[in-house]
Design a protein around this ligand. Structure first.
Ligand code: B1M
Length: 215
């Protein structure tokens, strides 16, 4: 039964149907399916298909936007359930998070933020299209242990390097662990730019962060 539900979730994103996506998310919670399973096995595969259809020229920008809206509608239902797990825990660390300059992709970044919150981190989500210098200011202001930089475009991932350079210039590079991610980002890239960690998805990001902080 849950296999069919996962298929319908993916289809709702492919169809760009936000009402159906939200309804299926609620149906999953009511059926006792974990919010992370609904995201990873249902909605994200649909989002990936949208990306593939766009890359192959079958889908256009409006389809990309509708797919994103459907995914967001589902996450709006699922995220409170994800976050609830983090409420009674001790604070493991402070994370400043955002999508880099020139990049407006927010869904994966927000999911990363929810996973950290669910796992007991204090999360300061700066949002999308964030100036490189603003990350440095936020790290100082919030005394962050971790800085998470999301980038979804091959052109914008370059700003992950810029932020690290600015942390060095400000003399605070060794005070914060830098975690990078997003679909074009690889471990090789993370090593090249001197990031402390890379994760390919939100759940792994939390695991990498805990390891970096010795938690
Ligand atoms: Co855009 N887009 N998009 N897009 N979009 C991609 C990224 C693309 C791969 C699609 C494609 O061609 N196949 C392609 C990039 C190609 C490239 O750079 N090589 C692309 C393009 C080209 C564009 C535009 C340039 C299109 C245009 O205007 N012609 C434009 C750029 C706008 C800009 O940013 N300046 C654009 C715009 C958009 C929308 C606004 C329409 C929309 C985003 C809506 C929104 O976020 N509110 C959109 C969407 C939806 C996508 C795809 C289809 C899906 C992204 C997504 O939300 N995935 C995407 C293709 C794809 O990924 N399949 C695509 C679901 C999400 C849960 O996954 O974001 O990957 P993801 O996050 C994952 C991991 O990457 C990781 O964990 C997350 C959860 O597990 N992760 C981290 C992410 N950040 C992390 C940080 C970490 C650790 C892990 O540590 C800090």
């Amino acid at each position: 039964m849950s296999e069919e539900l996962y298929k319908n979730m993916a289809q709702a994103v492919i169809d760009g149907d936000d009402e159906e996506a939200a309804a299926l998310a609620q149906q999953a919670l009511d059926a006792g399916i974990g919010p992370l399973d609904a995201i990873n096995k249902g909605f994200t595969p649909g989002m990936d298909t949208v990306g593939e259809l766009y890359a192959s020229g079958e889908y256009f920008l409006p389809d990309l936007i509708l797919g994103g809206e459907a995914m967001k509608a589902a996450l709006a239902v699922l995220e409170p359930a994800l976050n609830a797990a983090g409420q009674q825990r001790e604070v493991l660390g402070k994370l400043v998070l955002g999508t880099v300059k020139g990049d407006i992709h927010e869904i994966g970044k927000s999911l990363v933020g929810s996973m950290f919150a669910a796992n007991g981190f204090e999360v300061y989500d700066l949002g999308i299209d964030i100036e490189s210098a603003d990350f440095v200011t936020a790290v100082q202001e919030y005394q962050a242990d971790l800085l998470g930089l999301s980038a979804l475009l091959t052109t914008t991932m370059l700003h992950q390097r810029t932020v690290i350079e600015l942390l060095e210039e400000a003399g605070i590079r060794d005070q914060v662990k830098v975690l990078v991610g997003g679909c074009p980002v690889t471990q090789q890239w993370a090593d090249d730019i001197g990031a402390d960690g890379f994760a390919e998805d939100a759940a792994n990001a939390v695991m990498v962060a805990k390891r970096l902080l010795g938690k």
